[in-house]
Design a protein around this ligand. Structure first.
Ligand code: HEC
Length: 177
C-alpha cells in the first residue's frame, strides 16, 4: 500500500472516530474501549431484572444468566460481588400513550439507546472490573452508532456508578415477581 492511500485511510478512520460512529475493520460496532456490540449477542431475550421510569422515557434492565444467578443467590443484599462473565444491559425508549389500553398508560415508543456493563476484572481493572459501553439507536435509519469517541467516556459512567460501590457498582435490584 502506498503512502497516500495509507494517509487517506487514516483520515477516514479519524473522521469516523470523530463522528462517534466507529465501525471496526470487520464492520462491527466497537466502542472506544474495545467493547464490541456483538459480545452481547442474544441480550434481547435475557430475563428482565427491573424496569425504571426516569422523567424522559422508560427503561428496562436485563441480565445474562450469570447475573441472574448472582441475584438469585442474594446479590446485592448479602454483600457479595458479581462474578466475571456477568452482563447487565439497560434499554432506553422514549414513551407514548398507549393506543389500546382503556386507562391512561404509558408504553415504550422509539428505541433510544442500549447501555452495557460487563464484569471482567482482568480486562477492566481500573473501573471496578466493569466494562461500560453505550450504543445509540436512530429509529429513522434503524441503525446503531457508538457512543463516546475516546475510551475516557467510561469515566462518566463509572463516576456515577461509584455511588453504589458497596453494591459492586450496580444500582438495580431484582424485585419479587
Ligand atoms: C449520572 C449517573 C449515571 C451515569 C453517568 C451513568 N449511569 Fe448507568 N445507571 C444509573 C442509574 C441511576 C441506574 C439505575 C437504573 C435507572 O434508574 O435508570 C443505572 C443503571 C445502569 C445499568 C443497569 C445496571 C445497574 O447498575 O443498575 C447499566 C448497564 C448502565 N447503567 C450503564 C451505564 C453506562 C454504559 C454509562 C456510561 C455510558 C452509564 N451507565 C452512565 C446512573 C448513571
Amino acid at each position: 500500500m502506498n503512502q497516500i492511500r495509507l494517509r487517506m485511510m487514516m483520515a477516514v478512520v479519524a473522521c469516523s472516530l470523530f463522528a462517534g460512529s466507529v465501525l471496526a475493520a470487520d464492520g462491527r460496532l466497537r466502542a472506544a474501549n474495545g467493547i464490541v456490540f456483538e459480545e452481547f449477542r442474544g441480550y434481547e431475550s435475557w430475563p428482565a431484572v427491573a424496569p425504571s421510569k426516569p422523567a424522559d422515557g422508560l427503561k428496562m434492565v436485563l441480565g445474562n444468566p450469570i447475573m441472574i444467578e448472582s441475584y438469585r443467590s442474594g446479590f446485592p443484599g448479602n454483600g457479595s460481588f458479581v462474578p466475571d462473565g456477568a452482563v447487565l444491559v439497560k434499554i432506553a425508549w422514549s414513551e407514548k400513550k398507549s393506543d389500546t389500553a382503556p386507562a391512561p398508560t404509558n408504553v415504550p415508543d422509539a428505541l433510544r439507546r442500549i447501555q452495557f456493563m460487563v464484569k471482567d476484572s482482568k480486562r477492566f481493572p481500573t473501573t471496578g472490573g466493569w466494562g461500560y459501553a453505550q450504543f445509540n439507536y436512530d429509529s429513522k435509519t434503524k441503525t446503531f452508532s457508538v457512543f463516546g469517541s475516546e475510551a475516557s467516556f467510561v469515566n462518566a459512567c463509572h463516576d456515577c456508578h461509584t455511588r453504589v460501590k458497596a453494591r459492586d457498582f450496580v444500582f438495580t435490584d431484582f424485585p419479587t415477581r
